[in-house]
Design a protein around this ligand. Structure first.
Ligand SMILES: Cc1ncc(COP(=O)(O)O)c(C=O)c1O
Length: 235
């Protein structure tokens, strides 16, 4: 996926569609950058996509971005060739339960149902999902904690000189000077029991991803990175 300032370059992507293109997979917010594309950008992109091409909109982090005015809530789209996927793994904290949902044109859904396994998702997982949707207070608290965490991590890390990509998800991406520094920081933090994600596997070897945690987790993380960068600068 081509990026422009860590955002999907949807114009470049539209330009690379050819006769062999069958599926376009877009995550909004995107993992690992945490960035979003706007409704305006998507509408413009959609005009260039042939109807035979399926667009999968992965909205795993939808809840974190839904109140941002330019975020496209695809629940309102009625395109025959777009399917949206959402999950209970992120803001609802139910990753181990394996429950999510998708919405699309009924013909597309009917075709998916032909290959869906009969007892998936399990009855228990469905009950957990329904329960999670009813628990508005949990959602509210989780979003609040995340918003405060993102602000704290972004500001705290910028203060100590890190380059942070503004995020609309529950993690943020830091861009380090080079791959060696990203790998070293990951290892040094791990020794202190702080797990961050090195992004070499995403083709971004000089970047790391940090998830928001509790206030205490976030403070520990920024403090550990501050101490490590000061001790490196002193060498
Ligand atoms: C963009 C994106 N989509 C989907 C998933 C996975 O969701 P699930 O647990 O529902 O399979 C993840 C998890 O990391 C993700 O980052």
């Amino acid at each position: 996926m081509p990026y422009r300032e860590w955002h999907y370059d949807l114009a470049a992507l539209a330009g690379s569609i050819n006769d062999r293109t069958k599926i376009i997979y877009l995550a909004n917010p995107n993992n690992p950058t945490g960035t979003i594309f706007s409704k305006h950008e998507f509408d413009e992109f959609y005009r260039h996509v042939p109807e035979r091409v399926l667009i999968i909109l992965d909205e795993a982090y939808f809840e974190y971005a839904k109140d941002t005015p330019r975020y496209p809530d695809s629940m309102h789209y009625r395109y025959d060739n777009v399917i949206t996927l959402r999950t209970f793994s992120k803001v609802y904290g139910l990753a181990g339960v394996r429950i999510g949902y998708g919405f699309a044109h009924e013909t597309l859904i009917a075709n998916l149902l032909k290959v869906k396994l009969p007892f998936e998702p399990s009855t228990l997982a469905q009950a957990a999902g329904i329960g999670a949707l009813a628990d508005k207070e949990f959602l509210h608290q989780a979003l609040l904690l995340n918003a405060l965490g993102l602000k704290f991590l972004t500001e705290g890390l910028r203060e100590i000189g890190q380059t942070i990509v503004p995020s609309e998800a529950n993690f943020l991406m830091a861009v380090l000077p080079d791959a060696a520094e990203a790998a070293r920081l990951t290892t040094d933090l791990l020794k202190q029991g702080i797990i961050i994600r090195p992004l070499a596997g995403w083709g971004l070897p000089n970047c790391i991803r940090i998830s928001t945690g509790t206030d205490e987790d976030n403070q520990r993380c920024v403090e550990a990175i501050r101490v490590l960068s000061e001790s490196r600068a002193a060498r």
